[in-house]
Ligand binder design. Structure first.
Ligand SMILES: [Fe+2]
Length: 313
């Protein structure tokens, strides 16, 4: 009798199998979707992911979605279990599961991302579930462990590098800022004609790049792990590096006392202090703006940002 021991390592190669990690990086990452409808061993070896009940054990802060689309939160997996059994979709971080925590860091290392850039999120539902058309700002590897889910996905030609969720043009935007950031509005009302329909089964993976429109529908038991990247954006690399530099100045380290004081004199004095700091900012930024060697400067700023490479266990 032979028993096959599935791999316990969760990394880019196991997540995108049967495609190789190299081929994924060459042909898909970070802007072209990829899907594989079956995959041997993808998270199959993680005992905490054998069922929704097992995944909920030890989970903290579980969000649940009511049939009307509104959401609520309970403090832990025990409190969420009856809601899950009632048929509500539950959503929670996967950081209580060691294999997922490690897997996130492996993915960061394999993708060349700073440590902590990828987080695991778990969705489970039993009954009719799904999400209406929207696009997200994160980059997502969605691994379906149990159930069947239909996805429709299409490229977003209306906004580049969105920073929040976008919904169809006919409905209210959760973050109206996205309309200001968009290249073209209104957003489409329905999934674009060129949308692909994917029928995902247990063991499948979908890599969905940032901003792609999608909707999903599932029935019956469904358990999905998403590995999502939500940071860092370039502006975070720069602003964190700037903060490191400004930290050296006692003025910038000062508290913003009195900025909302009811006493107009105190408020004016506070804003005067900020104005004085701004007067010195040009000199502080000059070495950065006038640098002859931008490549060296970029390396220096990355170091000062405090982001660190991920380590393989
Ligand atoms: Fe989404």
């Amino acid at each position: 009798m032979s028993t096959q021991t599935p791999t316990k390592v969760v990394d880019l190669a196991s997540v995108v199998a049967p495609l190789s990690a190299e081929a994924f990086l060459r042909d898909h990452w970070p802007e072209r979707p990829y899907w594989a409808e079956r995959g041997d061993g993808r998270l199959a070896s993680v005992p905490e992911l054998e069922s929704a009940e097992a995944a909920l054990a030890g989970a903290r802060n579980v969000t649940f979605f009511k049939p009307d689309g509104s959401a609520g939160m309970v403090p832990d997996g025990d409190a969420a279990l009856p809601l899950y059994r009632l048929g509500l979709t539950c959503y929670f971080a996967g950081s209580h599961i060691p294999a997922l925590r490690e897997g996130c860091e492996h993915l960061c290392a394999d993708l060349g991302l700073p440590s902590g850039s990828i987080k695991a999120e778990i969705f489970c539902s039993d009954g009719e579930s799904g999400v209406k058309m929207h696009s997200d700002f994160d980059v997502n590897f969605a691994l379906l462990l149990r159930g069947h889910k239909r996805w429709r996905v299409a490229e977003n030609h209306h906004i580049r590098n969105q920073t929040g969720v976008c919904r169809p043009g006919s409905v209210e935007q959760p973050q109206p800022l996205q309309l200001e950031l968009a290249d073209s509005t209104p957003f489409p009302d329905d999934m674009p004609e060129d949308a692909e329909t994917l029928e995902m089964e247990a063991g499948s993976v979908l890599f969905l790049p940032r901003g792609w429109w999608h909707d999903t529908s599932a029935s019956g038991e469904c358990l999905q792990v998403n590995f999502v990247m939500k940071s860092p954006m370039w502006m975070a690399v720069l602003t964190r590096a700037l903060k490191t530099r400004l930290m050296r100045d006692p003025g910038w380290r000062g508290y913003a006392f009195d900025v909302f004081s009811e006493d107009p004199e105190r408020r004016d004095a506070a804003l005067g202090e900020l104005a004085e700091l701004l007067a010195g900012l040009g000199d502080q930024l000059r070495p950065l703006l006038e640098s002859e060697d931008r490549a060296a400067l970029a390396q220096e700023l990355l170091g000062e940002s405090g982001f660190k490479p991920a380590e393989r266990a």
